[in-house]
Design a protein around this ligand. Structure first.
Ligand SMILES: [Zn+2]
Length: 291
């Protein structure tokens, strides 16, 4: 990653130590990134862009500011530029610019056989699916201000199997279908499913493909999804805490056996939920720089 610090004001003390750390160190298609800006104590304004996207900063527990960026798994690989500007209480500005290289991934192909009614829905069912997709699209377009969570996200099933299948291209009954935008975690029916982090229950329901599902809104455009549930234990609008049981594993909707489909969206980008679990926003404060 190339990083350039530009000093636009005169005598802005913080500019000398303004630093951007990016997690993960190597960014790939489908990653959720955390940009952490350090050396900004006492600044009165922080603003930035990642490519065309505005960054929404929040204070980090260890000091400094963080902003999330989602790289949709179908975004082309390549270089992205970012710019972050800070302003101190005297109106003096400093700017950091840099580039992030997004690596391409080889997503495997998975062949599945499901009952004909699931692979080739009738006209009425197609209309239902269309309505369900529209409802979800409207949800992804909503960004609630404020952040419900402070701590890292947790794996939503105790003792669940290895999460599989993020981004795979699926050939269902011989036809190429939409790519798989979450991970599948195999677990016995009835296994408890936990909220990966604190949030508000944005939507519960029973849709054709997802089956019974819960979607949590964690604020600032970040959502997690829990599909194919047997039981749902929360209601829309309810606030949940990290680790709270929200339902149980099942095989409702288009599922070939009991498992949890766990997925994440950030500002509409389909990101690997496992990259969300790896983020550590509560890192230790940076060491004080030498005078
Ligand atoms: Zn799935």
């Amino acid at each position: 990653m190339a990083l350039v610090v530009l000093l636009l004001g005169v005598g802005l003390v913080q500019a000398a130590i303004l630093q951007v750390n990016i997690e993960p160190k190597e960014v790939r298609q489908g990653d959720l990134m955390l940009l952490q800006v350090e050396g900004v104590e006492g600044v009165s304004l922080i603003d930035g862009r990642f490519g065309e996207r505005p960054l929404q900063f929040f204070p980090l527990p260890g000091g400094g500011f963080g902003a999330l960026v989602g790289i949709d798994f179908e975004e082309p690989p390549g270089s992205r530029s970012f710019a972050i500007e800070v302003v101190d209480p005297f109106g003096r500005r400093a700017e950091v610019r840099g580039e992030v290289e997004v690596k391409g991934l080889e997503f495997p192909i998975q062949r599945l056989t499901v009952p004909k009614a699931m692979a080739e829905p009738d006209q009425e069912t197609l209309r239902r699916i269309e309505r369900e997709i529209e409802t979800l699209k409207a949800l992804w377009a909503m960004t609630t201000p404020g952040r419900h969570w402070q701590e890292p996200f947790l794996f939503p099933v105790d003792g669940g199997a290895e999460p599989l299948g993020f981004g795979v291209r699926r050939i269902i009954n011989g036809e190429e279908r939409s790519r798989h935008s979450g991970v599948d975690i195999a677990a016995p029916s009835g296994t408890q499913v936990f909220a990966s982090n604190a949030g508000r229950v944005a939507l519960v329901g029973e849709y054709f493909f997802p089956g019974r599902f819960v979607i949590l809104d964690h604020g600032l455009g970040l959502y997690t999804m829990y599909f194919h549930l047997q039981a749902i234990m929360v209601e829309e609008g309810q606030l949940v805490h990290k680790g709270q049981p929200i339902g149980t594993v099942g095989a409702t909707g288009r599922a070939t056996g009991p498992h949890l489909h766990f997925a994440a969206r950030f500002n509409g980008s389909r990101v690997d939920p496992i990259s969300l679990l790896k983020l550590s926003p509560s890192r230790e404060p940076p060491a004080s720089p030498a005078p």
